[in-house]
Design a protein around this ligand. Structure first.
Ligand code: MG
Length: 254
């Protein structure tokens, strides 16, 4: 049997998107399901959040985590940070501070510094998104376009180091760490525009699942919402050949 590598986006995939990012906590029963899955398959949570944040929120031991859209990876005590992104940190801090200064009195706006990237969340902004916010963010990022770039998520502007790196490249980097003898089946589930990079990094023998609908997605299949993702994961669990069977089979052939 092929090994299964399961890559799961977090917000909008494992938890519904909350107005306050800190409220997106995993339910205990769902955490247990992921723990059980991780004993039969390789499990990795992939997020735009910082590594520290996503590890704390998901709070599952012995699985892999990819944070900051692929720029940070942690697995079994090994930690990796994209070297160029690390060098750009002071520039990012400065740009986020300037955006904060220009928007400080806007109720509901959250400018979040995630270490290697920044997020300007406007989900809780009382008034409809003022064009001014986009203009300010674009302007400030443009001033440092050699180091930074702007991308858009769901009700959020993401300010990221201008490096050729994304969730897909993070996934590929992590797979290189694993000692996999034969081609594994990779499953990636995600809802965001940034997950498209990971969908693209897979090939036709893998399974890419978009949560929700989007036109022109690279995903090969889709699920309607977070509840459907958990139904899928629950159905997947008993289907994976448990390790004792694998050991038995290995003995038989050797
Ligand atoms: Mg997401």
């Amino acid at each position: 049997m092929r090994d299964i590598l399961l890559f799961l986006d977090y917000d909008g995939t494992l938890v519904p998107i909350k107005k306050a990012p800190e409220l997106a906590v995993l339910r205990a029963s769902r955490r247990r399901l992921l723990e059980r899955l991780s004993r039969k398959a390789f499990v990795c949570i992939v997020s735009g959040r910082s590594l520290a944040d996503i590890q704390k929120l998901a709070s599952i031991k012995d699985i892999a985590y990819i944070g900051n859209h692929g720029l940070e990876i942690s697995y079994r005590g090994r930690e990796w940070i994209h070297p160029k992104a690390k060098r750009i940190k002071p520039v990012l801090n400065n740009v986020l501070e300037r955006i904060r200064q220009k928007t400080g009195d806007w109720p509901g706006l959250l400018v979040e510094n995630k270490g290697l990237t920044g997020s300007v969340h406007y989900r809780r902004l009382a008034a409809p998104l003022p064009k001014k916010l986009r203009d300010i963010t674009e302007y400030e990022v443009q001033l440092r376009s050699g180091e930074l770039k702007l991308t858009e998520g769901k009700k959020v502007y993401e300010i990221r180091p201008n490096v050729d790196w994304d969730k897909g490249k993070g996934v590929q980097e992590l797979i290189r760490w694993l000692d996999i003898k034969q081609p594994a089946l990779r499953i990636y589930i995600g809802d965001d525009q940034t997950d498209e990079d990971a969908f693209r990094a897979l090939d036709r023998h893998d399974i890419s699942i978009l949560v929700g609908k989007r036109q022109d997605s690279y995903a090969s299949s889709w699920l309607p919402d977070v509840a459907a993702v958990w139904k899928f994961l629950g159905a997947l669990l008993p289907m994976i050949v448990p390790p004792p069977f694998k050991k038995h089979r290995d003995r038989g052939s050797g």
